[in-house]
Design a protein around this ligand. Sequence first.
Ligand SMILES: Nc1nc2c(ncn2[C@@H]2O[C@H](COP(=O)(O)OP(=O)(O)OP(=O)(O)O)[C@@H](O)[C@H]2O)c(=O)[nH]1
Length: 664
Amino acid sequence: MTGKYAVPLRRLYIRLLLAVSIPLILVSTTLLPMLHVHMETRIDSLHAEAKAVLKVGQEALTRDINESLNYALAIAEMPALRRYLDAQHASLLTEPHYSLSELAQLSNFLDTLISHYPRYTKLVLIDNQGYEVLRAPQSAETGPRVAANQHAKTDYFIEASKLLPRDLYISPPGHNLQYELFGDDVIPVVNVSTPIFSATGERQGVVLLSLNWNYLTTALYQSMRLDQRADAVLVDAQGRWLLNSATTLTLGAVNFGGSFASLAPRYWQAMQQRNEGNATVDNHLLRFQTEDIRTQSYRSLAGNIFSEPSHYPWKLGVVLPQPSWRTLLDEETIVLWFLLLTYAVAVAFGIFWAISGQRQRQLRQAAQRHAIEVSDLYENAPCGYHSLDKNGRVVKMNRTELNWLGYSADEVIDRIDYRELITPETRHQFDQAFENVLQHQKGSAECSLRTRSGEQRHVMIQASAYHRNERFVHSRATVFDLTERKQLEEKLRAQAMTDPLTGVFNRRYLQSQATIEMARARRHNQPIALITIDIDHFKQINDDYGHDAGDEVLKNFTRVVAELLRQEDLLCRVGGEEFAILLPNTTLTQATQVAERIRQTVALNAVNITEASLEKTLWLTASLGVTALLNNEKSLKAALKRADIGLYQAKEGGRNRVIVNSSL
Ligand SMILES: Nc1nc2c(ncn2[C@@H]2O[C@H](COP(=O)(O)OP(=O)(O)OP(=O)(O)O)[C@@H](O)[C@H]2O)c(=O)[nH]1
């Protein structure tokens, strides 16, 4: 990557980073609080759900146990049972009062009663000595039966034997001896026992009612209507699991009687700290409360309920998964899609912004470069540019023209009228052209500009009008500097008209100028004369002193003659050492006088030359012919001929003389 592109690319990367991160941040800061509120609402509803589920469970447990206890009490208070026990008691003393058929009836009745309620596994009638008197169902022969006289050692018998009427003893669920085999499954049971008293208040024995704990806890599950995500918890005071053996999602595999405290210590710890409340454990909400079946809410018709104190109170709870962002998005896919779409749109917008920004930047830079180039072209063009408002005031001028004029932009723009820069001689042309431009035409003029230093620049101005909404805004002019060309032309023209050795005009110029002067003389009816001059013996000078000396003599001669003439007189070199003078507004007499003065002055002026490093002085003479131009003459030819005849005669006459030839 070259350095040229490194910076723009880095800038693009930064813009892309911003374009992605800023929308993400903006969308997040907008959406996340909404989602947070949504989440809190779900958590609140989860709390409400947990509370409701727990209440239902607690009511179901209370109701089922309550019914079971009342059932035990009802059986204990059955008159038939009492009578039977009375009969049993009497028979031990004397003879039985209770017939065998009555016993069979009672047994069948209890059998039917227990068989129809799967909540109970057995009913056992025990006498005061701990002997089993009656059992229902009679077919419950499965599992290790407590020996007939062994009830005396059981907690339910011992504890119930101490109780008052209507008091109940409830064994903790699932103690070894209380296990009963029920089909192929070992099921936990709770033994409920209550004393039986005769009508006279004598203690007659104990009724044992074993509750199918599985049945009760299954009913608890069902009443709580827990789905697969949720778990019910019922543990005793030591943290032993009191529900069915089960595998739960939250708590793992747990068996009835297993140690919940060691299986789920964090839950157990949370439950130990308070009697009831909520706790969040491992992203799950645990709601729990204490349950004690010995309390009034359970005992209903019973007097007091006794049990193993170390087992109480129980803790009943429900565990529900806390809603997480993941579950929220899993469950509410529309929210997920909305989020993804919002982020995607935001990021797409950001990327579009970054790329279009980059593109705009490149276009802006290109436009700037272009503007600089155009400006550079405008300012430094080889020609001048300017714009004028409708009054001729300068509103714009490029550097080239400013440099020509010697002004700064501040001194010109909006300050001066362009006409001020134009010489009075050429202002008319400019005004004409500018008027054309104002009339929506093109205008051009060749003018002279006066620069700050007083020099003149000859220029060609070509202008047109700039309109906006068909209204004149300003003129746009291109200015070409013709000064150099003009100077060159003049130089060439001068060279074409001038003799290079002496600097005086040549024959061609004499002829062209003579035509003008002759016309003017005619117009003004003025005389005009011509003198021709030839240096005498000039060849001898060349021969004696060399060609350079001859040139020097020619220049000297010209200088001397020119000084004797008026400004309007035209001295020309028409041949090697031949000269002619056109004298406007001069009569023949005056011309003759001029010629004579020339002859005398030349003759009196010595010429110093250097030959072989030695200074030499030469004396010259010249012969002159004079004539007057005639009014009707159109060219100089005839006059030259006349003057030459005069000159020839002067030579012939001995040289150094003036001969006037006025004849035709
Ligand atoms: N040094 C120099 N000599 C020139 C130039 N033009 C012409 N001559 C010379 O001028 C001489 C003219 O000589 P002639 O025409 O014979 O006449 P002359 O010697 O002046 O004699 P007369 O006119 O009869 O008095 C020639 O030798 C030319 O070579 C010039 O530009 N420079």
